[in-house]
Design a protein. Structure first.
Length: 324
């Protein structure tokens, strides 16, 4: 969607903006009344939501942010700017630099980037990559397995007859899990890596602004139909695929082996969540029953002895009859 916004927000030519709507504004946001299970799969995955709520994905990045390397960046940036900065201020300068680089008018003259050295950027990039790696990629398998419906949809589309291109737009939380499902850019990042500058997982290369993944079907006169995978317009060979392109079978094998057969409910714990809801309901019912029973007991004891013949016992259900 970033690419779309950049296209609509840039120069569109005479009369082009009026095609969007008479006032020349961007089209209104679309309100999705049903969950988008293809592109926003993370919103319908209870196990992933619990993982985010637990916060464990932040730990490695937090440990690195407390390291001597990061402290050195904060200290040196403070000296350059003549200010007493903390870690939050330093990260703000970093993100302002990134935003200016994406601006057509400021990409070649970013004032905030001027304060950061290449060494600073390596440290700040790694801190960001640690967070994204543990949030969206390999350490928590549910993160990439839950993107299986999207890959399945792509493969099914490629199996069909020739037709118009299928275009879908999302964000990095869709792109990064999909690439991990394809076993691309696999890495093992920790806060104390000896050589973090030499790593495969770099979100600046994998999921930059306007990142894109393409699956292109190539029909050959001889041999099987091949699917060429491109990441940010560059051809790549996912592990498990033939050099130069994947067969449909190879993609199906990757999908099945990497996502446990793409049972989304099982991957995301949807069934367990439903069972948990039933258990909670039963617990509430039992609690209410106990409360009601306790109330009846004390109410009856308070009124003891019975005021009339035919009063019922608390336990046996037989009438207590007077001997008179």
């Amino acid at each position: 969607s970033s690419g779309i916004n950049a296209e609509y927000g840039g120069p569109l030519g005479p009369g082009r903006r009026e095609e969007l709507n008479p006032a020349g504004y961007l089209p209104p946001a679309i309100n999705m009344s049903t969950p988008d299970l293809l592109l926003r799969f993370m919103d319908s995955c209870p196990k992933f939501s619990a993982y985010l709520d637990g916060g464990s994905w932040k730990k490695e990045a937090a440990k690195f942010e407390a390291s001597a390397d990061m402290a050195g960046v904060v200290e040196e940036l403070s000296a350059r700017m003549g200010l007493n900065l903390d870690l939050t201020d330093t990260k703000s300068v970093y993100y302002l630099c990134a935003n200016e680089l994406m601006s057509p008018s400021q990409s070649h003259s970013s004032h905030f980037c001027d304060f950061l050295t290449n060494s600073d950027l390596e440290v700040l990039n790694f801190a960001k990559d640690l967070e994204k790696f543990y949030k969206y990629s390999y350490p928590f398998p549910t993160t990439y397995k839950m993107s299986c419906r999207l890959l399945d949809y792509m493969i099914t589309s490629l199996e069909g007859e020739d037709g118009d291109p299928v275009l879908m737009f999302a964000h990095e939380e869709t792109v990064v899990p999909l690439l991990a499902l394809l076993q691309m850019y696999e890495d093992h990042l920790t806060h104390d890596m000896a050589d973090y500058r030499n790593r495969t997982f770099r979100t600046g290369h994998i999921a930059p602004f306007a990142a894109n993944v393409a699956f292109v079907r190539m029909k050959c006169e001889k041999g099987p139909t091949l699917i060429k995978v491109l990441v940010n317009e560059r051809p790549v060979d996912p592990p498990g695929c033939s050099p130069g392109g994947c067969t449909i079978k190879e993609l199906r094998d990757i999908l099945s082996s990497r996502s446990d057969g793409c049972d989304f409910d099982k991957i995301c714990g949807v069934e367990e969540e439903g069972a948990g809801a039933v258990r909670v309901a039963l617990a509430l019912l039992i609690t209410l029953t106990l409360v009601q029973s306790t109330y009846i007991f004390f109410h009856c004891v308070k009124r003891w002895p019975p005021r009339q013949e035919g009063a019922y016992s608390l336990s046996g259900g037989e009438p207590l009859l007077d001997d008179d």
